[in-house]
Design a protein around this ligand. Structure first.
Ligand code: DAH
Length: 330
């Protein structure tokens, strides 16, 4: 028996100990064999043999249990050492997502106008000639169509060149008064430093009874809006031309880079053009069969706003998806 006590004490692993357990306590183990032998022992010795065997059995079991606990503890300690985590170590920086500056700018624009009670409307990116041009007082062969190089499909369908067709769609299926903005992507055949074939605009339209909407109303809201977007700036209105508005104006803000002093970005004028606007042309109302109404409209390019707000120099960098650039807007 002594060898088995030694074997248990010297077992170096839980697996080895398990083998020993089977050899000692198993059905075919040493103890079972000893008990079997007892049957052929003289009757008067049987009781003593059984007593001795049972004493060994329980002491061996105690040894076994003690050794098992020791080995398991050692095994656990070793595993913990191997798997330990140093929480004070530096890790690689985790990457959090962020809104693209164009979307963030669009959200701010929408935030201003929804607070001013303008509803947000979306139209279709694939438009027809009527909504994109005709109803906006741009009949076929009108020279102003050349201002917007168009991607055409078959059957006079096209990719909208501006968000102004959403005005038409909204007026065609709603009665006045109207107070809406239309944010969205637009498409033109253009690609250089300052133009990309896809960009974003926000269109605005307000329509009410005849005589109720004036250029002064338009001027007030656009000035307030531009100060909300750019902070402490000057705003000026310059007479201009758009087929869908009469009179029309382009709106400038004092240069955000040089504060109006004159720099390369503002071509030394001190001013930056940021949007177009005007009083809705009667021909537009005629096209949507509106009578006895007046209104104003405006349109702006979101990328331009984003570039001026974040002082980004190259329009194309907004579309390259360069993580190094985008990370700066978290
Ligand atoms: N649709 C014009 C463009 O894409 C922007 C614009 C100018 C919209 C004046 C208007 C407006 O509603 O009144 O260049």
């Amino acid at each position: 028996m002594k060898e088995w006590y030694d074997a248990i004490k010297e077992a170096q692993s839980v697996e080895k100990l398990e083998e020993i357990r089977i050899s000692v306590f198993g059905k075919k183990g040493v103890l079972a064999a000893e008990f079997a032998k007892m049957k052929s022992a003289p009757n008067d010795q049987k009781a003593q043999i059984a007593k001795d065997l049972n004493t060994h059995k329980s002491s061996l079991m105690n040894e076994f249990t003690a050794r098992k606990i020791t080995l398991q503890t050692l095994q656990l300690q070793e595993a913990m050492k191997a798997e330990s985590i140093d929480v004070s170590l530096f890790t690689s920086k985790s990457q959090a997502g962020a809104l693209h500056p164009v979307m963030e700018t669009m959200d701010r624009i929408v935030e201003y106008f929804t607070a001013m009670n303008f509803a947000v409307k979306t139209g279709n990116m694939v438009e027809d000639d009527f909504n994109n041009f005709e109803a906006l007082n741009l009949p076929k062969y009108h020279p102003a169509r050349d201002m917007q190089d168009t991607f055409y499909f078959k059957d006079e369908m096209l990719l909208r060149t501006h968000t102004s067709p959403v005005q038409i769609r909204t007026m065609m299926n709603t009665k006045p008064p109207i107070r809406m903005i239309a944010p969205g992507a637009v498409f033109r055949r253009d690609y250089d430093l300052t133009h990309t074939p896809m960009f974003h605009q926000v269109e605005g339209l307000l329509v009410d009874d005849e005589g109720k909407v004036s250029f002064a109303n338009l001027k007030y809201i656009l000035e307030d809006f531009l100060k909300y977007m750019f902070g402490d700036i000057e705003v000026r209105f310059r007479p201009s031309f758009f087929p869908f508005t009469e009179p029309s104006a382009e709106v400038d803000i004092s240069c955000v880079f040089c504060k109006g002093e004159g720099c390369r970005v503002c071509s030394h004028t001190g001013w930056l053009e940021v949007l177009g606007c005007g009083i809705v042309d009667p021909n537009v109302f005629k096209a949507v069969k509106y009578k006895n109404v007046s209104g104003y409209a405006f349109g702006l390019g979101v990328e331009r706003f984003a570039m001026l707000i974040h002082q980004i120099g190259d329009l194309r960098s907004l579309f390259e998806g360069d993580i190094k650039l985008l990370e700066q807007f978290q």
